[in-house]
Ligand binder design. Structure first.
Ligand code: FAD
Length: 447
């Protein structure tokens, strides 16, 4: 069995941006291996085939290099031909084009050197410092001196039971909608059920409108509200946060700081974005109980406003709304059944919503690899969705001590570090980690 020096588990944006920063720090490409099944750099977010799926941030916000924040904006101007990207709030490019940018960054940084890409999925990690054993779904085993976990957003799974009593080409159920390959299979006059009311549902709406959908769209969601459209915003002030801080004070302060205007207005979004840069440090100062309370009470509001949508996508929703083609059905799905020529979704209050195509827009599932690690070599994080890490991105062992050769970056670090979902926040983590690996780890492991 060969021993890998540094194994990155995952092959999406986080893995690619980690690779780019490791190479920039002078780490030998021969010592890095990447484990995954897809094209490096695209992952769940940027591997989509639908041209209707757009970035939800304007062109200057996906920052990959801290010293050159407008790198993507310049690249996009030069390489992307997308007249529809321009809006009054900035340019909102297609996610597939951002995926192409990431592929190009990797290609450029490797400049002809090969990278060891291993096809497969890690199912289990055991071992100890400097000697990690990784079992793959293919039956292969890998030993690695160090690991960066970059497994990202676990692929969506149905949130309730399904009973399929009959199958028919006229009825489709899409469990993982992130690729967007389901949209062209929906005939224009058919009725569509969207399970969930966040950005994935808005992606579906944009896709349907772009292909001229004429049928009804039902959105099944606990609340009849979509995230607002991105407006043009800039940061001009720095908030003076209360000290000491606790969750109640945080919420009170934010309420007072935000103007009494609709959330899709520039004024509101300027204030919101002035608050955001400090929130991760504030979050890290709260204990696990305080974090759980905050998410339980205000998580839905946070998700609503933090994830604003591209103006193109919201315009598509408004078009359906004005034509009275779209309706909310408030509640949570309890059961999905396919019978009598239709898909039936039974809600918790007993209401049944019927349609011909059901799209699961309920978001990320649990990550089985992180779940396995929770029971063996790591601790659950405060939100119990992932494993606990420290501010240096090191995974903590079951006694709360930081490993020196096991790190994690990307969305799964949220419970420990706060809002680390956007591309720029992940790129910052990758830059920080690459620097610390160069400084400390190379000395210990002679990479
Ligand atoms: C649909 C969607 C749209 C988004 N849109 C935006 C946006 O517009 N702007 C923005 O800033 N952010 C967006 N995000 C946020 C997104 O989390 C980040 O931008 C970033 O793409 C996350 O990258 P990742 O590599 O950590 O995760 P992912 O994109 O989820 O990629 C993880 C990869 O690792 C692989 N993998 C997982 N587990 C294993 C394993 N055990 N073994 C081997 N491989 C594994 C997966 O197959 C996948 O290819 C979006 C997220 C999603 C899901």
């Amino acid at each position: 069995m060969t021993i890998k020096d540094l194994l990155i588990i995952g092959d999406g944006f986080s893995a690619a941006v980690a690779l780019v920063h490791l190479l920039r720090q002078g780490i030998d490409s021969q010592s890095i291996s990447i484990l995954g099944k897809r094209t490096l750099g695209r992952g769940n977010a940027y591997d989509c085939v639908s041209p209707a799926f757009r970035l939800n941030v304007r062109e200057d916000l996906p920052i990959i290099f801290s010293e050159d924040p407008l790198h993507f904006a310049r690249w996009a101007k030069e390489h992307i031909n997308d007249p529809q990207a321009k809006t009054s709030a900035g340019y909102f490019y297609r996610r597939s084009d951002f995926g192409a940018y990431m592929s190009q960054l990797v290609h450029h940084q490797l400049s002809g050197r090969a990278i060891n890409q291993i096809q497969g999925e890690a199912q289990r990690i055991t071992g100890s410092e400097g000697q990690w054993r990784v079992e793959l779904n293919t039956g292969e085993r890998i030993v690695a001196k160090a690991i960066i976990l970059a497994t990202g957003n676990a692929t969506p799974t149905w949130p309730c039971t399904q009973r399929v009593e009959e199958t028919s080409n006229h009825l489709t159920l899409t469990e993982n909608p992130w690729l967007g390959d389901y949209i062209h299979r929906i005939p224009a006059k058919d009725s569509v059920l969207l399970l969930g009311g966040g950005l994935t549902a808005l992606d579906a709406i944009n896709g349907l409108v772009e292909q001229g959908h004429e049928g009804k769209v039902f959105v099944i969601s606990p609340r009849a509200i979509f995230p607002p459209s991105q407006a043009s915003w800039t940061r001009t002030k720095e908030p003076e946060w209360p000290n000491p801080m606790n969750p109640a004070r945080l919420v009170r302060f934010m309420r007072h700081y935000l103007p009494n205007t609709p959330s899709d207005q520039s004024e509101w979004q300027c204030a919101w974005e002035e608050l955001r840069p400090d929130l991760n440090l504030i979050w890290q100062g709260f204990n696990p109980h305080q974090r759980r309370i905050l998410i339980k009470r205000f998580g839905w509001l946070w998700n609503l406003y933090r994830f604003r949508a591209s103006p193109q996508t919201i315009a598509a929703y408004h078009q359906l709304r004005d034509l009275q083609q779209i309706e909310f059905r408030c509640g949570r799905a309890n059961q999905i059944a396919v019978r009598d020529g239709a898909i039936h979704v039974t809600l918790s209050e007993g209401e049944v919503v019927r349609g011909q195509h059901l799209i699961n827009c309920t978001g990320v599932a649990r990550d089985p690899l992180l779940d396995q690690m929770t029971h063996t070599i790591a601790n659950p994080d405060a939100l119990k969705h992932s494993i606990e890490i420290d501010s240096q991105l090191a995974v903590l062992d079951q006694n709360g001590r930081a490993y020196q050769s096991l790190w994690m970056i990307g969305p799964a670090t949220m419970g420990s570090l706060g809002d680390v979902i956007a591309a720029s926040a992940i790129a910052k983590q990758a830059e920080q980690l690459a620097k610390s690996i160069r400084l400390n780890w190379m000395v210990n492991y002679h990479v």
